[in-house]
Design a protein around this ligand. Sequence first.
Ligand SMILES: [Zn+2]
Length: 452
Amino acid sequence: MPELPEVETVRLGLLPYLKNKTIKYVEVLYPKHSHLSEIKNQKILDIKRKGKYLIFCLEDYYLISHLRMEGKYFINESIDSLKKHDLVKFYLDDDILIYNDVRRFGVFYLLNKDSDIYNIYPLNKVGSEPFDIKDEELLKKLEGRKDKIKTALLDQSVISGLGNIYVDEVLFLSKINPNRLSSSINKDEVKSIITSSIEVLNKAIKEGGSTIKSFTAFNGEVGHFQNSLKVHGKDDLRCDVCLNYIERIKIGGRSTYYCPTCQKLNKDQKIYGITGGFSSGKTTVINILKKLDESTYSTDAIYKELFDSSNELRREIKKHFKTLDRIKLSKIIFNSKIENEKLKEITHKYILRELFLRIEKDNSKRIFVEVPLLFEGSYNKLFDKTITVLESDEVHQRILKSKNFSIEEDELRNKSQISKLEKSKMSDLILYNNSSISNLEKEVKKLIKELC
Ligand SMILES: [Zn+2]
């Protein structure tokens, strides 16, 4: 469906062709538009736009056109294959302006020139555009609503000109989760919605709108804004900003795309990523946090669960590795860097999706996630802060011994990772693990205090 930028592109395309031309008469080929045959010898003085309505200013009338799903304008000849959907022909001085509409949902209103068009139907139902709406006006409209922000911004009486594609893009730029309640949006967020809307619409107008389905602006011209979209239609792709996977959900029956990290549902929630070298004591830290009633997750534990429960994941692993046997699998990836990367590539999408699905349902103020290869996998941007557990050599040896690992195995594992010192330099906070567990517990408590 054409949205504001597409309609503006149509207007900008038509204007130089039609301004000051005269509509001599109109041939109507579809009964719904028969009222247009009234137009005779009318000069086109201007073409304006309000929201997604085109307004042809004629000498004695305003002709208001809404393209709905698939309405298009062509000058002279339409493409042969589309000819059967030509519904109206406006005969001009030398040319013919053709209105073509495959789905036939488009509408025309013909109003007398003395009508106060902005205050009567249909234009009185069109809210202010992002270009002229005031912060207070939008805030007030949102405060009184019980729906979700995605639904509210699609309501043309709240703000006009934003359709499904552009609302997704605007909410992404404003870092607002589409599932948030309209009434929870604060003044700063309203400001951000307006600024982002102007930015998105201006950019889309400059690029001639988006050609996603069958939209062509005018005379078959296609728009290019679809190449600049950040989230809409990008499910299964990674977010430009944080590298998380874009989610696709339905809100009010409309496909909605968003990034769970950049557009947190619980906006005040802080998510911390905990990492460290092999046998550094990460899991011990997670267990201490659990004991202290903090909310914790482990990507390894999620992987283990999904390995048993997700048919989709199992199918993908089986397809590539020809086995689902854990021992066989770990042998394959231990012996080949390429196969190791392949397994990560297959699994991390499932793990991240599941992790953030659980986090969105978790109302805790703080969330701690154990991610063994946090920096190696470039997961650092998913977290508000990263924490590295840095153990002393003595503690390292103690943990190795308790796990029954040899020094050779330890060296081999460490080789495939960024060194623990490098990790601690890259992270925001360091948790020192250099004596007993009770001492580590004290360090963890100190860290929580710092985070508060
Ligand atoms: Zn993101």
